[in-house]
Design a protein around this ligand. Structure first.
Ligand SMILES: Cc1cc2nc3c(=O)[nH]c(=O)nc-3n(C[C@H](O)[C@H](O)[C@H](O)COP(=O)(O)OP(=O)(O)OC[C@H]3O[C@@H](n4cnc5c(N)ncnc54)[C@H](O)[C@@H]3O)c2cc1C
Length: 398
């Protein structure tokens, strides 16, 4: 196993760096660095720039308009994007639905929806979770009942990230109550402008309406919006999750967070000296940095295996747990480092058009928001408790 980049991969990394230096708008990078809320227009602007270069869908095959990169190139690209403080690519259409349509969608669905994802004509959101169906996803209760050439959908989805921006939602719906719960689920594409769809924001602990509840009341969906076969949705749902869980380690985010933390710890004072020289604080930074270095190597190992054609197994669960706990520890240390300036937390100050100045140094403004927001990391994408169960079964054989 070779964990070093080849000359071609290094040349690719340099090309990505040059592109980002030239094309990433400073306004967007500043917002990302300051932890400000990105608007729908911000995301669309950045997607359009990447799409023009042909780099929006690194994971898609070329025949569908993607860049067709292997696992190593995708890793390099994601790493450079976070280093440059580029907005994260919104994953729902590109990383989640796209691969499902490419593998299981009809020709008509591929020809219609895939270009629309690339061009930003549709903003997709993910309608998997429901009240009572999160970790136990097979318990979905939202029903889709066939009525002529339509399905009639009734029920509720929840935690729908950025659903307020979306015009389309891909849903897991119950089309049969026979057999095992997994055998009666279908994968349906729903136009959110259909009569009977209602979106209600959930304000998270950081004050932001990042997620939503979505209600379906007799929503009529054409049968051609069914992906693949009726009652086979569980297979497609699981396939999608393997794509959702790529880049799960979030090494780039952790590196950027650690650099920021060190910058702050150099600027802040403790007993008349820079905080970074405080032995207790320095030891905590060292601890998390060592964990991050170890995880980065594990991540490269998994990527190297993926590039050699092996599907990652329980390693994904290890990366999920380590990646998220490392980022949460960096958030906690950052909040500690800014001390009392973390207390007067004003979420509006991070929004577009706010004229509220930061209370304290600028770098303190988003410390609490990020600490609070990133509680989510150990919940979504398969909670860390569930990942531990996977490890205990697959590796420890308990
Ligand atoms: C910010 C955020 C954004 C999200 N975005 C989306 C989205 O866009 N679309 C979407 O469909 N979903 C989304 N989700 C939902 C997410 O996938 C679920 O929250 C997650 O799967 C956990 O499900 P739950 O919330 O129902 O908690 P539960 O499954 O009820 O779990 C509650 C607690 O019990 C633990 N637990 C559950 N089962 C087990 C078990 N078998 N063994 C040990 N412990 C267990 C869990 O770890 C957790 O601590 C989002 C969630 C968050 C927080």
């Amino acid at each position: 196993m070779d964990l070093n980049y080849t000359d071609e991969e290094k040349a690719f990394r340099d090309e990505v760096r040059r592109f980002l230096a030239e094309k990433l708008p400073a306004r967007l990078a500043d917002k990302v660095k300051q932890g400000k809320t990105l608007t729908k227009q911000d995301h669309e602007e950045w997607h359009a720039i990447l799409n023009e270069k042909g780099w929006l869908a690194g994971n898609w095959p070329k025949k569908f308009g993607g860049a067709g990169w292997d696992a190593v190139r995708r890793h390099i690209f994601e790493d450079e994007m976070t280093r440059a403080a580029a907005p994260r690519i919104v994953p729902f259409g590109l990383a989640m639905l796209g691969p499902v349509l490419q593998k299981f969608g009809s020709k008509e669905q591929q020809e219609y929806y895939l270009p629309r994802i690339l061009n930003g004509d549709d903003w997709w959101c993910q309608g998997y979770s429901e009240p009572g169906a999160g970790s136990d996803l097979a318990s979905v209760r939202t029903t889709a009942v066939r009525d002529g050439d339509h399905y009639v959908v009734n029920g509720q989805k929840t935690w729908t990230t950025l659903g307020q921006h979306a015009n389309m939602i891909f849903c897991l719906v119950r089309t049969s109550k026979e057999g095992k719960p997994q055998e009666g689920i279908s994968f349906l594409l729903v136009d959110m402008n259909s009569p009977g769809v209602k979106v209600r924001p959930i304000i998270l602990i950081d004050g932001e309406p990042e997620v939503n509840e979505v209600f379906f009341d007799d929503v009529r969906v054409p049968v051609e919006n069914l992906v693949g076969e009726e009652n086979k949705g569980w297979t497609y749902a699981k396939y999608l999750l393997t794509h959702e869980r790529t880049n799960i380690a979030g090494v780039g985010f952790a590196n950027a967070g650690l650099e920021n933390l060190k910058r702050i710890a150099r600027a802040e004072r403790s007993n008349g000296r820079p905080l970074i020289e405080n032995p207790y604080f320095a030891a905590r930074i060292a601890r998390v940095e060592i964990d991050l270095m170890a995880m980065s190597i594990t991540n490269l190992r998994v990527i190297s295996q993926a590039a050699a054609g092996q599907a990652p197994g329980a390693e994904s669960s290890m990366l999920k747990i380590k990646g998220t706990t490392i980022r949460q520890e960096i958030n906690a240390l950052t909040r500690t480092a800014v001390g009392p300036y973390a207390m007067p937390f004003v979420s509006e100050a991070l929004e577009e058009g706010s004229n509220l100045g930061p209370i304290g140094p600028g770098y303190a403004a988003s410390a609490t928001a990020q600490y609070l927001n990133n509680r989510k990391l150990s919940i979504y994408g398969g909670s860390n408790e569930v990942q531990r169960t996977i490890i205990s079964k697959a590796i420890l054989e308990l």
